[in-house]
Design a protein around this ligand. Structure first.
Ligand SMILES: [Mg+2]
Length: 180
Protein backbone atom coordinates (compact mmCIF):
# COMPACT_ATOMS: atom_id res chain seq x y z
CA UNK A 1 0.00 0.00 0.00
CA UNK A 2 2.82 2.36 0.81
CA UNK A 3 4.91 1.19 -2.13
CA UNK A 4 3.66 3.98 -4.35
CA UNK A 5 5.49 6.44 -2.09
CA UNK A 6 8.78 4.57 -2.14
CA UNK A 7 11.63 6.08 -4.12
CA UNK A 8 14.12 3.91 -5.99
CA UNK A 9 16.85 5.57 -3.97
CA UNK A 10 17.24 8.00 -1.11
CA UNK A 11 19.97 10.65 -1.06
CA UNK A 12 20.86 13.19 1.59
CA UNK A 13 21.27 15.81 -1.12
CA UNK A 14 21.51 16.21 -4.90
CA UNK A 15 25.27 16.39 -4.41
CA UNK A 16 25.45 12.93 -2.87
CA UNK A 17 24.55 11.20 -6.13
CA UNK A 18 27.04 9.62 -8.52
CA UNK A 19 25.56 10.89 -11.78
CA UNK A 20 28.30 9.31 -13.85
CA UNK A 21 27.16 5.90 -12.66
CA UNK A 22 23.58 6.78 -13.56
CA UNK A 23 24.72 7.74 -17.03
CA UNK A 24 26.69 4.53 -17.41
CA UNK A 25 23.51 2.62 -16.61
CA UNK A 26 21.83 4.19 -19.60
CA UNK A 27 19.89 7.03 -17.97
CA UNK A 28 19.87 10.14 -20.13
CA UNK A 29 17.40 12.56 -18.56
CA UNK A 30 17.06 14.11 -15.10
CA UNK A 31 13.82 15.68 -13.91
CA UNK A 32 14.52 17.96 -10.96
CA UNK A 33 12.11 19.44 -8.48
CA UNK A 34 13.28 22.94 -7.56
CA UNK A 35 12.26 24.23 -4.12
CA UNK A 36 13.90 22.44 -1.18
CA UNK A 37 15.52 19.97 -3.58
CA UNK A 38 18.11 22.19 -5.29
CA UNK A 39 17.95 25.27 -3.08
CA UNK A 40 15.80 26.41 -0.22
CA UNK A 41 12.28 27.51 -1.15
CA UNK A 42 12.28 30.72 -3.18
CA UNK A 43 16.05 31.23 -3.20
CA UNK A 44 18.24 31.82 -6.25
CA UNK A 45 20.70 29.20 -7.36
CA UNK A 46 24.10 28.78 -5.78
CA UNK A 47 27.48 28.43 -7.44
CA UNK A 48 27.52 24.80 -6.40
CA UNK A 49 24.16 24.11 -8.06
CA UNK A 50 25.24 25.99 -11.19
CA UNK A 51 28.36 23.83 -11.34
CA UNK A 52 26.30 20.69 -10.86
CA UNK A 53 24.12 21.50 -13.89
CA UNK A 54 27.18 22.33 -16.00
CA UNK A 55 28.66 18.97 -14.98
CA UNK A 56 25.44 17.11 -15.83
CA UNK A 57 25.40 18.73 -19.25
CA UNK A 58 29.02 17.70 -19.81
CA UNK A 59 28.17 14.14 -18.86
CA UNK A 60 25.51 14.19 -21.55
CA UNK A 61 22.34 14.40 -19.48
CA UNK A 62 19.32 16.34 -20.59
CA UNK A 63 17.79 18.14 -17.63
CA UNK A 64 14.43 19.68 -16.90
CA UNK A 65 13.07 21.47 -13.86
CA UNK A 66 9.56 20.41 -12.95
CA UNK A 67 8.05 22.78 -10.42
CA UNK A 68 4.65 23.80 -9.14
CA UNK A 69 6.09 27.24 -8.58
CA UNK A 70 5.72 30.00 -11.17
CA UNK A 71 7.72 31.49 -14.05
CA UNK A 72 9.07 34.35 -11.95
CA UNK A 73 10.48 31.93 -9.41
CA UNK A 74 12.14 29.80 -12.10
CA UNK A 75 13.70 32.87 -13.71
CA UNK A 76 15.24 33.87 -10.40
CA UNK A 77 16.81 30.44 -10.11
CA UNK A 78 17.86 29.74 -13.65
CA UNK A 79 20.15 32.70 -14.41
CA UNK A 80 23.37 30.70 -14.77
CA UNK A 81 21.84 27.35 -15.64
CA UNK A 82 21.19 25.92 -19.05
CA UNK A 83 18.13 23.72 -18.65
CA UNK A 84 14.60 23.31 -19.85
CA UNK A 85 11.82 23.78 -17.29
CA UNK A 86 8.11 23.42 -16.71
CA UNK A 87 6.57 25.77 -14.16
CA UNK A 88 3.05 25.65 -12.68
CA UNK A 89 3.36 21.90 -13.27
CA UNK A 90 0.52 20.78 -11.01
CA UNK A 91 2.50 17.85 -9.62
CA UNK A 92 1.74 15.11 -8.70
CA UNK A 93 -0.56 15.14 -11.72
CA UNK A 94 0.58 12.54 -14.26
CA UNK A 95 0.44 15.07 -17.06
CA UNK A 96 3.34 17.00 -15.55
CA UNK A 97 5.61 13.98 -15.78
CA UNK A 98 4.42 12.92 -19.20
CA UNK A 99 5.11 16.44 -20.47
CA UNK A 100 8.59 16.37 -18.91
CA UNK A 101 9.37 13.07 -20.69
CA UNK A 102 8.07 14.50 -23.93
CA UNK A 103 10.31 17.56 -23.61
CA UNK A 104 13.30 15.36 -22.80
CA UNK A 105 12.43 13.17 -25.76
CA UNK A 106 12.99 10.08 -23.64
CA UNK A 107 11.00 7.03 -22.57
CA UNK A 108 10.29 6.73 -18.84
CA UNK A 109 12.98 4.09 -18.38
CA UNK A 110 15.70 6.52 -19.48
CA UNK A 111 14.86 9.30 -17.03
CA UNK A 112 15.23 9.74 -13.29
CA UNK A 113 13.06 12.09 -11.26
CA UNK A 114 14.52 13.77 -8.16
CA UNK A 115 12.58 15.62 -5.49
CA UNK A 116 12.18 16.26 -1.79
CA UNK A 117 8.51 15.40 -1.30
CA UNK A 118 7.26 11.84 -1.16
CA UNK A 119 3.63 12.83 -1.53
CA UNK A 120 4.28 15.02 -4.55
CA UNK A 121 7.52 14.28 -6.37
CA UNK A 122 7.86 10.59 -5.66
CA UNK A 123 4.27 9.45 -6.01
CA UNK A 124 3.85 11.47 -9.20
CA UNK A 125 6.87 9.97 -10.96
CA UNK A 126 6.14 6.49 -9.60
CA UNK A 127 2.67 6.58 -11.13
CA UNK A 128 4.19 7.18 -14.53
CA UNK A 129 6.93 4.60 -13.96
CA UNK A 130 9.88 6.98 -13.88
CA UNK A 131 12.63 5.88 -11.48
CA UNK A 132 12.83 8.22 -8.50
CA UNK A 133 15.31 9.61 -6.01
CA UNK A 134 14.00 11.15 -2.80
CA UNK A 135 16.37 13.89 -1.71
CA UNK A 136 16.39 15.03 1.89
CA UNK A 137 14.66 18.42 1.93
CA UNK A 138 16.73 21.57 2.32
CA UNK A 139 15.83 23.25 5.58
CA UNK A 140 15.43 26.95 6.13
CA UNK A 141 18.23 28.38 8.27
CA UNK A 142 17.27 27.85 11.92
CA UNK A 143 14.27 25.73 11.03
CA UNK A 144 13.22 23.49 13.90
CA UNK A 145 9.67 22.36 13.15
CA UNK A 146 9.56 21.16 9.55
CA UNK A 147 5.78 20.74 9.52
CA UNK A 148 3.45 17.85 10.17
CA UNK A 149 3.69 16.45 6.65
CA UNK A 150 7.44 15.89 7.07
CA UNK A 151 6.80 13.66 10.08
CA UNK A 152 4.36 11.55 8.09
CA UNK A 153 7.01 11.32 5.37
CA UNK A 154 9.61 10.22 7.89
CA UNK A 155 7.29 7.47 9.14
CA UNK A 156 6.78 6.18 5.58
CA UNK A 157 10.51 6.46 4.99
CA UNK A 158 11.19 4.20 7.97
CA UNK A 159 8.98 1.49 6.45
CA UNK A 160 10.84 2.00 3.16
CA UNK A 161 14.23 1.40 4.73
CA UNK A 162 12.94 -1.69 6.50
CA UNK A 163 11.67 -3.21 3.26
CA UNK A 164 15.01 -3.80 1.65
CA UNK A 165 13.78 -4.90 -1.74
CA UNK A 166 12.66 -1.35 -2.46
CA UNK A 167 15.93 0.39 -1.59
CA UNK A 168 18.90 0.95 -3.90
CA UNK A 169 16.97 0.11 -7.04
CA UNK A 170 19.30 2.28 -9.11
CA UNK A 171 22.39 0.37 -8.08
CA UNK A 172 25.32 1.85 -6.23
CA UNK A 173 24.80 5.54 -6.98
CA UNK A 174 25.15 7.15 -3.55
CA UNK A 175 28.45 8.75 -2.68
CA UNK A 176 29.30 7.75 0.86
CA UNK A 177 31.05 9.83 3.45
CA UNK A 178 31.21 12.99 1.38
CA UNK A 179 30.12 16.37 2.66
CA UNK A 180 26.54 17.30 1.96
MG1 LIG B 1 10.22 20.58 -3.38
Amino acid sequence: MLEKYYPYEYARSVFAIDYKRLYEQGYRGLIFDLDNTLVHHGEPSTERVDKLFAYLNRLGFKTILLTNNDEERVQLFIKNIDTDYICDADKPDLKAYLEALKRLGLPKEKAVSLGDQMFIDIIGANRVGIPTVLVHYIKAPGEVWPGFKRYIEMAVLVTYFLRRKYTHRLGNIIKRGKRK
